[in-house]
Design a binder for this molecule. Sequence first.
Ligand SMILES: Cc1ncc(C[n+]2csc(CCOP(=O)(O)OP(=O)(O)O)c2C)c(N)n1
Ligand SMILES: [Mg+2]
Length: 647
Amino acid sequence: MDSSRRPFREFDDSQDAVSLRLARRVIRGLSLSMRHVVLAPGSRSAPLAYALAEAEELGALRVHVRIDERSAAFTALGIAMDSGSPAGVVTTSGTATGNLLPAMMEADLAGVPLVAITADRPEELHGTGANQTTVQQGMFASRVRDEIHLEQSETRLEPESRDDMLSAETQVALLMRQAVETRGSGPGPVHLNIGFADPLVPQVVDGVADPAQQRWARRPILDEAQRRRMHRDAGRPLEQLHSHELLGRLGEEERQAAREQIRRGLAAAQQLDVEVPGAVVMGHDAPSEAFTLAAELGQPVLAEPTSGAFDERTAAVDGAVPAHRMLLQAPPSSPAGWLARRIRRVVVAGRPTLSRPVQQLLRRADVEVVQYAPAPLPWSDERLPRRAEADLEAVRRFLGRAPQDWRDAWMAAGTTAWESMRASLEAEPRLTSVRTAAAVAEGVRTPLLLGSSSVIRDVDLAADLSGVLVGSQGMEPGAAASDASSGRGPIRAMRGLSGIDGNVSAASGIAIARDRRVTALVGDLTFLHDLNALLIPAGEQAPSVDVVVVNDGGGAIFDQLEHGEVGRRPGRAARVERLFGTPQAADLQQLAAGHGVEHRLVEDLDQLAAALAHPDDRLGLRVIEVRTDRSGLRDLHARLAAVVAEG
Ligand SMILES: Cc1ncc(C[n+]2csc(CCOP(=O)(O)OP(=O)(O)O)c2C)c(N)n1
Ligand SMILES: [Mg+2]
């Protein structure tokens, strides 16, 4: 029988992740009346992305991937306007959703059936300070003809049972009817918000057919030739490297020396008798008193780049623990993991948003956590066994005084971990984004805005922001050496919702507010998302911003998340690259030239340092492009972890 004419039969994906199962029903409901969906990349929306790719492969609809949600939404608007049928735009959670508003406003008054499909965090994460979590239900209220919310969370699944899963499809199909309803106010936009809970990727279950191979989508609308054209390979196959290859590249002498240093530091630490071993985690925008308190009590400080710990106001205190993420994630059996396992009490100041090892520390059953919060916080994480404390004296009593050696041991372990990691990075044959980000953060003499995505994590991982190590190790990028006393200014980032939108514009705002030059360090998609920041009307004074773009031709971060693993499954690389990597080959030089903005392509760290030197002599916007390769980053991170773990 012609496969495209087979009658619909129920399919079995009961072994798959609930998020994927829900997403498939949603897409089935959509595909009854929708032929085109425009997708912008993101993690929370991953189940929809995977389900859409499956549906497209099965011929049920067409998927168009765009980087900027605002433009994605207008693209869908154009499709819906022209065809009169609903067209969808899919985004991840957070500010991504806000970018749909202009198109939704237009669709409302123009009567266009634009369908906003926004992935949300599960309800229990709302109000907890969880990353990229905001009020999305009802966010387009008064502009939409109808809106529904579907929820798949730890505590609630709505629809509730497997049978009811089918009702998700029905609800979505009914929502589509509202979009094209001619009575009342006529056709118009609708909003479908869906709370997805982890895991967000298709499961691999032995013996069960890949649901993608099942005929779960509605009747194919495309012929084979059309489908094949759409599925041309989006990228190169992902490179598989192994950690021993890098270890092989490091000189044996260097490795021995690094190991020896760690051993010495830890031998001293293991003699220590600390009554209640503690630590202070400095998250984003932490109150500076916590930093002083930690120093006074002899407790190690584990600080994020935007905590404020590296501002002039606190930099006088002698530094936070370098490479703390590496120590926290080192295997318990390794010497570097020993210190982390000893921690029993943690004071958190500010909001930690960057690294999983820190989150895991705060969730450990054997660790008591207090949040130092002198002012009310806009969130409270009830899932954490953490109490908020406004009184510094109470925090002081809770944390207690540790012998100076406890902190020294952390600094020794951190320093040696940092050194072996840096030696590893130096040994890389090509310039990596991690090394570039660290060099910029250590080298600039201006306030610095760190873009969302990888750069801020790279800085958190590998940069020595206190300037303690860089000078002594001679690893500074030449002329632009870090000097806290030169009035470098604060390190900022948009951690409220961690969007990749508006980052360059925000840096421009900082430059205007401070009336001085600012450096923005951003990924290529983050830069392109906010390309309009370069568009300054004639006669206006352009803000003084050096925009350093780490151009790796797409979104690197996803490969380091669970999607990297999906991409390594047989036959999945091209799909993951298309949906998450979103490869781009824009010519930044020409884009800059088109805006009348200076552009410089730098090939190595010396050129980068030269480009960033003497910032005060310059005016206006400049783009400094560093090209790197993202294909080997997942393995690079594994190698760095292995080097530290090896001790
Ligand atoms: C407005 C918005 N849309 C989508 C996302 C999801 N997202 C997070 S990181 C990322 C890719 C960023 O790529 P790039 O700026 O090149 O940085 P890289 O990861 O390559 O270092 C995306 C799309 C987001 N955070 N914000
Ligand atoms: Mg990138």
